[in-house]
Design a protein around this ligand. Structure first.
Ligand code: IPM
Ligand code: MG
Length: 365
């Protein structure tokens, strides 16, 4: 099998973490007999510096022509004062809309080796395994009219029936394969758009009677995630609420730098770490590559149907953490401080090791 992958390393630590993930992809490709054709392109601030826009049509064409896109991170202080449509972040929004990436999957899973890194008590956290399913192409992010003048600023929160139906269907399907529980998060006590969201989600639910549906207001959800995260399985929510809740969920795992994400549409898929471009540590070999490596595991699973390879990559990450390797962001005094490259090499070594053991029948996942 041959797969075409567009690489969009972006800004800050993006290039370092994408490099790391690509080296893991190459090793996995060899073991699992697939070939990757990589096409590396500029996105975000670096694209603005070279072309005057954060995303060019050429880059978009490359994405359309790919089986998957791997993105590092975009943004940095340097571009913060640019107008909204030229900011590095605008590239992300354009990619999401143009590729139709309506379903954003953000798992918040606790790595047991990192339990003590959370600000929550281990007994509250232990066993947490949430998926935030965030609608990604609607809501105030894209609603018109929008703008501001001397005396007003305005945005439009809007969803169509079709937009809510397709994300709800995706959510129920997803929950069906996991804990069979969905919490739909909205602000239906105040917002008409949310009232509409809730109504459609309940209509779709009629086709999924085996999945339990609960509604929750977003302010309560923010509190509940911190109070008792284990109560959640799949959290289905609007674009804006998902943006906020996914940061909360990521933080309680104690490993913001560890979490992967997938943004999926009917025809395209983009994978990226949840963390940002961290310009303050860029180019110093300090970045944690595990979120991007884990995003590649999601890519193998969801875009290439290579679930075995995905499992091995995840197992290799776990083992590397259990052995005590830590980049600076997750370091504690009783662990081993390593660079981006050392961490990546350790993951690759463990990947090969687990693969070989399994090939010999010693280890079964
Ligand atoms: C995210 C980010 C983006 C968003 C920004 C960078 C546009 O915060 O992916 O969560 O708001 O969606
Ligand atoms: Mg965000």
């Amino acid at each position: 099998m041959n797969f075409k992958v567009t690489l969009l390393p972006g800004d800050g630590i993006g290039p370092e973490v994408v490099n790391a993930a690509v080296s893991v992809m190459k090793v996995a490709a060899e073991k699992f007999n697939v070939a990757f054709k990589f096409n590396e392109q500029l996105v975000g601030g670096c694209s603005y510096d070279k072309h005057g826009v954060p995303l060019t049509d050429e880059v978009l064409s490359s994405c359309y022509d790919s089986d998957a896109v791997l993105l590092g991170a975009v943004g940095g202080y340097k571009w913060e004062t640019l107008p909204q449509n030229l900011k590095p972040e605008a590239a992300l929004l354009k990619l999401r809309k143009a590729l139709g990436l309506y379903a954003n999957i953000r798992p918040a899973k606790v790595y047991s080796a990192l339990l003590s890194a959370s600000t929550l008590k281990p007994e509250v956290l232990n066993g947490t395994d949430i998926i935030i399913l965030r609608e990604l192409t609607g809501d105030v992010y894209f609603g018109e009219p929008r703008g501001f003048d001397e005396n007003h600023g305005w945005n439009t929160m809007v969803y169509t029936r079709e937009e809510v139906e397709r994300i709800a269907e995706y959510g129920f399907e997803l929950a069906r394969k996991r804990g069979k529980k969905i919490t739909s998060v909205d602000k239906a006590n105040v917002l008409d758009c949310s009232q509409f969201w809730r109504k459609i989600v309940h209509e779709v639910h009629k086709d999924f009677p085996d999945v339990e549906l609960k509604d929750m207001y977003v302010d309560n959800a923010a509190m509940q995630i911190v109070r008792d995260p284990k109560q959640f399985d799949v959290i289905l929510t609007q674009n804006l609420f998902g943006d906020i809740l996914s940061d909360i969920a990521a933080m309680i795992t104690g490993s913001l730098g560890m979490l992967p994400s997938a943004s999926l549409g009917k025809n395209y898929a983009l994978y990226e770490p949840v963390h940002g471009s961290a310009p303050d540590i860029a180019g110093q070999g300090k970045a944690n590559p595990l979120a991007t490596i884990s995003s590649v595991a999601m890519m193998f699973n969801l875009s290439f149907q290579m679930s075995k390879a995905a499992e091995l990559i995840e197992a290799a990450i776990e083992k590397t953490l259990t052995m005590g390797y830590r980049t600076a962001d997750i370091y504690s005094p009783d662990t081993i401080l390593v660079s981006t490259t050392q961490m990546t090499e350790a993951v690759i070594e463990n990947f090969n090791h687990i693969y070989d053991e399994q090939a010999l029948g010693v280890f079964t996942l």
